[in-house]
Design a protein around this ligand. Structure first.
Ligand SMILES: [Zn+2]
Ligand SMILES: [Zn+2]
Length: 666
């Protein structure tokens, strides 16, 4: 049976293919039906089925159920969704701008991408099939032809040729903050710069500052951007690392020689960024496992290969180590390669106080001749320790979840037996702060609601941008109130079980005033306030600006407190402590923005802030359907911040949330 299937990308970097291959593998694996069902559940929310099938969730789910029931092998065929096609059109606009094409032509592609996004997926399929795409306002003949070609063949010759005609270094330069197509074009034409390395040299020589429209300030900013890029390139967003690690881990666990497998290190501790990957496997026969690992499709090169350790670099430029240990050593190695340096130092110290030497090899008497490894090999492992919980218990500690193993006091608290019961993914009932095509989102209100329902969420909070965010096509009063009506109508229609809360991501203006008058804000279910402009204010000014906004009685929550973009730019200067206190005083919730680029407020602040009484809302800030699931990454960060269910408002039931918001509005 052939099925047209495509996963809507979570992140720009190729999740779709990888996820699809996971699903393909899981579905094909008849022996692990239970696992397949889970993988499918995860994957399905990302997917739109099309091709010979109608593009509705219902049809797809019926089909998959049938396939599961009959355990048929499903062949997956990747086909582009409207979001993919829109991305291609936007790319074309950027590439044409690099080439210095006619601005009208450029704008036609950018506008076309927007038109496409606001078109329901089914309508696109029908119109492509019927040849009536040209009837849609805003799609000219050239665009219709290109969308049709992409939709039917997944490829576009025009795009391929355009890409090939531009030096790759120019496209790479676009990745430097503040360097857009116009600047790249000027640098290329006037200084012959065609790579980041050449750009850096030209900046250091002071040549860039002399170009019209650049100046010293811009030159310094570009240099800083290039330097950050180098520093950042050694680390990866947690999600990117997970996307690489997950299929490898799943594959390792399926090998008959493997008793246990885990990805340790900062990935397991749910750090916001991850350096290298650390795979650990329990096995008595390392040979075949190593053979499988080095041949994995995501491996680009093997950098070191021994009998019990292999190092590789993946296609995505991530380094990974695989360590193979005998099953009885696994738990010790697992703990050793998971904990942060500080955590491990403290644990070893604790063991020594009890006359024990703790290492990746085992837990052995500290006294006597020989290294820990030699002793472990001679004595064999303690038979009463086969799980991490038992290992902690042996040292008089309650089980410490991996997220807390940072050496920040968790050992003392575990000793006293008062570790909190941390928030779980299953505790989350809804998500706030999500965008639609009304501003800069890529899916419509209905699509976002359907996706939230597919995730089992009881409520979805919409918060598009406000009018001052012009670039994000922020809503003015009229458009906002129209959206509020649409949301009410959608709720009343009963089309979805998921309740939609109307809201706004309201800009905090440079002086701390809000982008909308109180009478407008009063008509919404909730209000998120965020800083999106004038980041360069002094720390004091920025702090005052935000506090002033929090004092507005209509404000429900503060969005991405520091404005940081991980591995891209630091946050603006702001007194986090003062803002936390102001939020508590004004009964404003603080957002934990769960977008993998933000994860803001940082987990390092949450434990103390929540202890003072600050409430957290885990907000995906989704700009497309698949991104709603970011809340799961947010839960990992919340756990790192020691947060419990009670401290996170999105664990409230729909009724509790309605009451909470109503009480706040009084
Ligand atoms: Zn924002
Ligand atoms: Zn947002």
């Amino acid at each position: 049976m052939g099925v047209g299937f495509h996963t809507d990308a979570l992140a720009p970097r190729g999740l779709s293919l990888r996820l699809a291959s996971i699903i393909a593998e899981a579905l094909a694996d008849e022996s692990a039906r239970q696992d397949s069902a889970n993988t499918f559940q995860f994957a399905f929310t990302h997917s739109v089925i099309r091709g010979r099938l109608p593009r509705s969730d219902r049809a797809a789910s019926v089909l998959f159920e049938r396939a599961f029931a009959s355990r048929q092998k499903i062949v997956l065929l990747l086909i582009m969704t409207k979001a993919d096609i829109a991305t291609v059109l936007t790319d074309i606009g950027t590439l044409l701008e690099l080439k210095g094409e006619n601005p009208f032509k450029i704008r036609a592609y950018q506008a076309g991408a927007r038109v496409l996004e606001s078109l329901p997926e089914e309508e696109l399929t029908q119109r492509v099939a019927a040849g009536t795409l040209g009837e849609v306002k805003g799609l000219g003949e050239a665009l219709v032809q290109k969308i049709t070609e992409l939709s039917q063949t997944d490829r576009l010759e025009f795009y391929e040729k355009l890409k090939a005609s531009i030096p790759p270094g120019l496209v790479e330069m676009l990745g430097i903050p503040g360097v857009g197509p116009k600047k790249v074009k000027a640098l290329h034409e006037q200084l012959g710069i065609d790579s980041i390395a050449a750009l850096q040299q030209a900046c250091l020589a002071g040549n860039v500052a002399t170009l019209a429209g650049f100046g010293e300030k811009t030159q310094d900013k570009i240099l800083e951007g290039i330097r950050n890029r180098e520093a950042y390139s050694k680390r990866h967003l947690w999600l990117e690392a997970w996307e690489v690690a997950e299929p490898i881990l799943a594959g390792l666990r399926k090998l008959p020689e493997v008793a246990q497998a885990e990805a340790c290190g900062s990935l397991r501790r749910k750090m916001e960024t991850v350096g290298d990957l650390d795979f650990l496997v329990a096995t008595n026969t390392p040979g075949p496992v190593i053979e499988w690992f080095v041949k994995h499709p995501s491996v680009k090169e093997v950098t070191a290969q021994g009998e019990t350790k292999v190092s590789i670099r993946t296609e995505d430029g991530i380094q990974a180590d695989l360590r193979l240990v005998p099953p009885e050593q696994f738990v010790f190695a697992l703990h050793h390669f998971t904990g942060s340096k500080d955590h491990n130092v403290q644990m070893r110290h604790r063991a020594l106080q009890r006359g024990l030497s703790m290492s990746e090899w085992g837990l052995v008497p500290a006294e006597g001749e020989g290294t820990a490894k030699e002793k472990a090999e001679k004595l064999g492992p303690p038979h009463d320790i086969t799980t991490e919980a038992q290992l902690f218990q042996k040292l008089g500690l309650a089980y410490i979840p991996p997220e807390l193993r940072e050496g920040l006091g968790e050992i003392e608290i575990a000793e006293s037996g008062t570790l909190p019961r941390l928030l779980e993914v299953e505790d989350i009932r809804g998500v706030f702060h999500n965008h639609t095509t009304e501003s800069d989102g890529h899916n419509t209100l209905t699509e976002m609601t359907g996706a939230a329902q597919a995730l089992g969420l009881a409520y979805l909070g919409i918060a598009d941008h406000s009018k001052s965010s012009v670039q994000a096509r922020g809503l003015d009063e009229a458009r906002l109130l129209k959206q509020v009506k649409e949301i009410r109508a959608l709720n009343e229609s009963g089309a979805f079980h998921t309740h939609v809360f109307s809201g706004i991501e309201c800009d905090i203006l440079p002086d701390g005033q809000l982008d909308f008058a109180d009478e407008v804000l009063a008509q919404l279910d909730y209000v998120v306030v965020s800083v999106h402009s004038v980041f360069k204010q002094s720390r004091d000014d920025m702090t005052q600006r935000i506090i002033r906004a929090l004092e507005n009685p209509h404000v429900t929550m503060l969005g991405h407190l520091t404005g940081r973009l991980l591995l891209e730019r630091e946050g603006y200067g702001v007194d986090t402590e003062k803002i936390i206190d102001a939020a508590i005083a004004n009964r404003v919730i603080l957002e934990l923005n769960a977008n993998p680029y933000r994860l803001d407020l940082d987990w390092r602040h949450w434990r103390q802030a929540a202890a003072k009484g600050l409430l957290c809302s885990i907000n995906p800030d989704a700009h497309r359907m698949a991104q709603l699931e970011f809340f799961k990454i947010g839960v990992g960060i919340a756990r790192k911040g020691w947060l419990t269910k009670e401290q996170v408002v999105t664990t409230y039931t729909l009724e509790q949330m309605k009451q909470y918001l109503a009480a706040k509005r009084r």
